[in-house]
Write a protein that binds this ligand. Structure first.
Ligand SMILES: CC(C)(COP(=O)(O)OP(=O)(O)OC[C@H]1O[C@@H](n2cnc3c(N)ncnc32)[C@H](O)[C@@H]1OP(=O)(O)O)[C@@H](O)C(=O)NCCC(=O)NCCS
Length: 168
């Protein structure tokens, strides 16, 4: 797979990516950092700034477009510079795969790649969160060595979140 930051010229493929979610009655686009409700050039600028300079609160982070055979398959958010409190709340890595490409092993490969990036950037462990009823995401994490550390509904008004640890 090819992983890279978004560019201005990706506008159309990202529009199609978002539309495919809407066509499948999904209103939220995972790991997109507000793509669907941002002006596209502002969004690209924000993502590129996050990668190069970082953000005061969130630190440096990467949002990669993930391609296979020139098709945009998914989005991968790698927040390798989080403080411990942000890690515990949001997790260090987020991902989403477009509806038509799910259940083909892509998220498992994307998470494995994100772990290698975190390792290269000096992390020795990551925490990932997902909703307990998100069976596919929990399986993705477990297949990459995730150990369930905690379940709670602290932030989600009744929906149980799971937090997994992966030692790198
Ligand atoms: C969660 C998500 C990223 C998984 O992506 P994916 O590419 O389909 O995952 P994979 O194909 O790598 O499958 C990983 C595991 O999940 C299982 N799985 C995939 N889809 C599943 C489904 N609908 N129901 C149950 N298990 C499922 C797979 O079988 C596999 O486990 P296995 O090898 O033990 O059988 C994808 O469903 C998605 O984008 N969902 C919406 C966004 C989201 O939930 N992001 C994560 C937020 S924490």
């Amino acid at each position: 797979m090819i992983y890279r930051l978004p560019e201005i010229s990706d506008k159309n493929i990202l529009q199609e990516y978002v539309q495919e979610h809407y066509d499948n009655n999904e209103t939220s686009i995972s790991a997109s950092l507000g793509l669907s409700f941002s002006e596209y050039p502002d969004w690209v600028e924000k993502i590129q700034k996050n990668a190069l300079i970082g953000d005061e609160i969130w630190g440096k982070s990467l949002l990669y477009l993930c391609f296979d055979n020139n098709k945009l398959i998914g989005l991968l958010s790698i927040r390798y510079d989080f403080s411990e409190s942000l890690t515990k709340k949001y997790g260090d890595i987020g991902y989403g795969v477009r509806p038509s490409e799910r259940n083909k092993g892509y998220a498992t490969i994307m998470l494995r790649y994100a772990l290698s990036v975190c390792r290269e950037r000096g992390k020795d462990k990551v925490i990932l969160g997902c909703y307990k009823d998100n069976v596919a995401s929990a399986a993705t994490i477990q297949k990459n060595g995730g150990i369930l550390m905690e379940e709670n509904d602290n932030y989600n008004e009744g929906k149980i979140s799971q937090y997994y640890l992966i030692n790198l």
